[in-house]
Write a protein that binds this ligand. Structure first.
Ligand code: ATP
Length: 537
């Protein structure tokens, strides 16, 4: 905590001095906890749900009222709505099927099979029969069967399961049988039901919307088709409603998403539930795919279909594909990858990889950690000393009653060189999935590498770690180890850097895997010619 009164007094005496000196009160985070190795933690929404929410708000702003339509629709309704075309529509629907409930009696053979397993049936016969009957009648659920058989026979549930498998194989070999119920393939199936019921309850005109899941028995999923998608659908009912309302609503929705590039094309499909010449497709331009994508269809329901549902005014319906809109807004090229990213390859951004490059060894004790900074500064200042030369840093540490005098000697004995090698100030960057050491200046860099390194520096993510920083942490963490193990001297010698571990760096496995699988590189090669001798007394 700051000593506020002292600071204010200091500032009153000499503001400039106080301003500069209090800088040290703001302690820097330790290197592995500093940016870019720390990342803000926040949750992430799904683009489909975001689009649904935005569409809900867009509809509400246009004065629509939200409804939920039935998901399960009887095939009779499809016949009613589509007339002779119903089969074509039903072909793309999923029918709901269920397992039949076999009529299994308790014959003498079954009883003797159970008894062969060492279970006395006689006094439990009636209750077992009741259970089998209850299952057939539907008063007992399939997932309760094992438990109920076990209870009736007063046996363990493991034994109950054994009986079910061995004595009643009829339950195992069941094949699903389809019902006449379908999962809606578009919202229209539900609108007929909803609008029909509201006719006597709600004053006309009314504007309804619903954003919900639909199911399509597509032959194959592809970049713009899924077996299940969301339809953001609306229905406007009232006298005077016509195709112009469809155009206006489509424009109203799409323009709220910032689209100006869209077009209306009469639909060739000509579904029988729409009035002739009203069925229209809406296309929006996908800038990444560079193609026009169908995002919505609208039309005015046919008076024939409407009449069958007791609706005697025109109803305009528009169905907009949420996933298609999300694809365009979020610039996704494939709906499958957008909706289910977990099943596809995940690419770490350069920022994410940068957060995964860390120092391997860092001293824990604050005094030793702080010495690192001193060491780095001296090395940087004296890196160009002409050899033979040496740089000595001395420090005394007190741990309780023990005192340790440390002498760090950095040297270059060979004549005609510098104290440290030319790559010492290289900084680690992540660029285009690569982890690279980039020099401070590009003088003397081979032409073939120059362009890549320059781009890396301009567009890559800097880790804020130079070779000298990482190496000095290696020296001080070794010093800490020496204190603990009572060692009195050690040496560090790093002539040429070839890998991250040579400069005391490590990288998370997932980043490493990505680098390998995408044939990217970790290139930190460079001469540092670091020779250190440390003595502790
Ligand atoms: P397409 O010709 O692209 O298969 P469609 O004409 O069969 O689509 P409609 O029945 O008009 O589609 O459905 C309305 C909207 O629902 C479409 O414009 C589209 O945005 C969306 N949609 C339809 N089927 C799918 C699907 N399988 N996956 C994702 N969205 C779909």
């Amino acid at each position: 905590m700051f000593k506020r009164e002292e600071i204010i007094e200091m500032a009153n005496k000499d503001f400039e001095k106080a301003w500069i000196e209090t800088k040290d009160l703001i302690k820097a985070k330790k290197v592995n906890e500093s940016y870019p190795r720390i990342k803000p933690a926040f949750g992430k929404t799904h683009p489909v749900n975001d689009t649904i929410e935005n569409l809900r708000q867009a509809y509400l702003r246009m004065g629509f009222e939200e409804y939920i339509n039935p998901v399960i629709v009887d095939e009779r309704d499809i016949y009613k709505q589509f007339g002779p075309e119903a089969m074509a529509v039903l072909d793309r629907c999923f029918y709901l099927a269920g397992l039949p409930r076999p009529d299994v009696g308790l014959s003498d053979e079954k009883i003797s099979q159970i008894e062969k397993l060492g279970i006395k049936v006689s006094e439990h016969k009636e209750s077992l029969q009741k259970i089998l009957h209850g299952y057939k009648k539907g008063t007992l659920d399939g997932d309760d069967l094992v438990l109920e058989i076990s209870n009736a026979l007063e046996i363990s549930s493991e034994m109950g399961l054994k009986i079910l498998e061995e004595v009643f194989p009829e339950f195992k070999d069941l094949t699903a049988v389809s019902s006449k119920l379908t999962l809606r393939s578009h919202m229209t199936s539900g609108w007929f039901l909803t609008v029909s019921d509201l006719m006597n309850k709600k004053p006309l005109p009314f504007k309804l919307f619903s954003i919900d899941r639909c199911f399509r028995r597509e032959q194959k999923e592809d970049k713009s088709h899924l077996m299940t998608y969301h339809s953001a659908s609306c229905a406007i009912a009232g006298e005077g409603v016509d195709i112009n309302d469809g155009k206006a609503i489509a424009e109203g929705l799409l323009s709220q998403f910032g689209f100006t590039n869209f077009k209306f094309i009469p639909d060739e499909k000509k579904s029988k539930y729409y009035t002739p010449e009203t069925q229209t497709e809406v296309y929006a331009y996908h800038p990444k795919l560079k193609e026009w994508l169908e995002v919505a269809t609208f039309g005015v329901y046919s008076p024939v279909a409407l009449s069958k549902y007791g609706i005697d005014v025109p109803v305009m319906n528009l169905g907009l594909g949420v996933e298609r809109l999300a694809m365009i807004s979020g610039n996704f090229a494939d709906v499958r990858e957008m909706v289910y990213p977990q099943f596809y390859e995940h690419k770490l951004s350069d920022r994410a990889v940068a957060s995964m490059v860390k120092l391997d060894k860092v001293p824990v004790m604050d005094e030793i950690y702080d010495l690192t900074k001193e060491l780095i500064d001296s090395c940087v200042k004296n890196k160009d000393l002409k050899s033979p030369c040496e740089l000595t840093i001395e420090k005394t540490f007190s741990f309780g009653k023990t005192k340790k005098n440390v002498k760090i000697n950095i040297f270059e004995k060979e004549e005609g060189k510098n104290l440290l090698g030319p790559s010492i100030l290289n900084e680690i960057y992540v660029y285009d999935g690569n982890v690279i050491g980039i020099p401070e200046s590009f003088d003397g860099v081979k032409e073939e590498f120059k362009d890549f390194l320059e781009k890396g520096k301009a567009e890559g993510v800097p880790t804020g770690i130079r070779y000298i920083d990482a190496l000095c942490f290696k020296i001080t963490s070794k010093l800490e180890e020496a204190f603990v193990s009572n060692t009195t001297e050690f040496k560090v010698k790093v002539p040429i850097v070839r890998s991250l571990s040579d400069i005391n760096l490590k990288i998370d496995d997932i980043a490493l895997k990505q680098i390998m699988s995408k044939t990217k590189v970790i290139d930190v090669r460079g001469p540092v010619f670091l020779n250190v001798e440390v003595k502790i007394e």
